[in-house]
Design a protein around this ligand. Structure first.
Ligand SMILES: [Zn+2]
Ligand SMILES: [Zn+2]
Length: 131
């Protein structure tokens, strides 16, 4: 089982099972949501994911039609995104995990919209948008 939490610790979650492939997303919305060059996101089954504390602190922002970004309303940590059109999966923000995980990012996505100062210095595949 994996455990994770937001910056203030008010929200805690647990995950059974494995994470899907992790992607490094450089899209403008992940940049804004994280205040950084990119976000590292991995798919997780909704049935494997549970909030164990702080449910009352969860808030959502619909950043694109049909894409909801879930965050802590006290500390603003981004936790996952969800799409009602894909009700079985969340896109977890891997940086909020407290458990060590044995995963490696598989690809850079939305490289076409990365910041000019965002230097990619590894050799994993890059995609202009999605693979
Ligand atoms: Zn928090
Ligand atoms: Zn993104």
């Amino acid at each position: 089982m994996l455990k994770g939490s937001c910056l203030c610790g008010g929200i805690g979650y647990e995950i059974d099972g494995d994470l899907g492939p992790a992607m490094i997303c450089h899209c403008s919305k992940c940049r804004k949501a994280n205040g950084s060059a990119f976000a590292v996101n991995a798919q997780v089954a909704v049935s494997d994911f549970r909030i164990v504390r702080g449910r009352e602190l969860l808030s959502e922002y619909e950043s694109s039609p049909g894409v909801f970004r879930t965050f802590c309303q006290r500390c603003a940590s981004p936790l996952y995104s969800r799409r009602p059109s894909m009700p079985d999966a969340y896109r977890l923000r891997v940086g909020t995990l407290d458990s060590e995980v044995d995963i490696r990012p598989q690809a850079h996505i939305f490289v076409a919209s990365k910041a000019s100062w965002d230097l990619i210095c590894d050799h994993i595949p890059q995609f202009a948008e999605r693979p």
